[in-house]
Design a protein around this ligand. Sequence first.
Ligand SMILES: Nc1ncnc2c1ncn2[C@@H]1O[C@H](COP(=O)(O)OP(=O)(O)OP(=O)(O)O)[C@@H](O)[C@H]1O
Ligand SMILES: [Mg+2]
Length: 212
Amino acid sequence: MTLDVQGMLKAIDAIGETLEMHKDYLTELDSAIGDADHGINMNRGFHKVREKLSAGTYVDLGAVLKDVGMTLMSSVGGAAGPLYGTFFMRMSMKLAGLQAADTSSLAEAMEEGLKGIVALGKAQLEDKTMVDALTPAVEALKKASGNGAALAAALESAVAAARAGMEATTPLVARKGRASYLGERSAGHQDPGATSTYLILSTLLTSLKERV
Ligand SMILES: Nc1ncnc2c1ncn2[C@@H]1O[C@H](COP(=O)(O)OP(=O)(O)OP(=O)(O)O)[C@@H](O)[C@H]1O
Ligand SMILES: [Mg+2]
């Protein structure tokens, strides 16, 4: 199984739906350690993304993800918009001209996207950010790719890793973003951005599995 253009469009649409469904949950998480807007930001961004994609015609994965990234950059303020925007833009460069992605090309693209987030936000592991969910997910994808795993199995392991990474943010003290202003008081709450990363990856997997 590969992830083709139609599959990607369907997955992005499903991600928009998931983020809409979890808007209040993400905002609640952000109200504990931030400014209570993460759910609103992500929902607004992906609403615009869905509008943009439904109006376009796409023949390669790069073009789809470029539009996702550009739309997030231009429609979502705060930290998450530029960070997720960069993630999808950097992925789009790796997938330019490709009509379908297999485990290895998706792993490479996500690794590139993660590098973009780190270059922009300078977060390290255990700073209590989306990087804590995305890094283990990328590692799992790369490992699966090295083992010749099929895409669905590879994504299963990436989603499990992202979930563990997300859950592991709870006891951490935030060292980046608005949550870091709270110092020790940021401990005991799950990071909103790590949670949206997990939701995005798990929805990609669910959507892909529905297609087969
Ligand atoms: N430097 C960073 N690198 C990676 N992720 C970050 C960084 N700063 C914040 N984040 C992520 O962004 C999430 C907050 O996104 P949100 O949409 O609420 O933007 P925001 O309110 O502008 O954030 P903030 O003011 O906390 O930076 C955090 O939960 C965290 O996962
Ligand atoms: Mg916020």
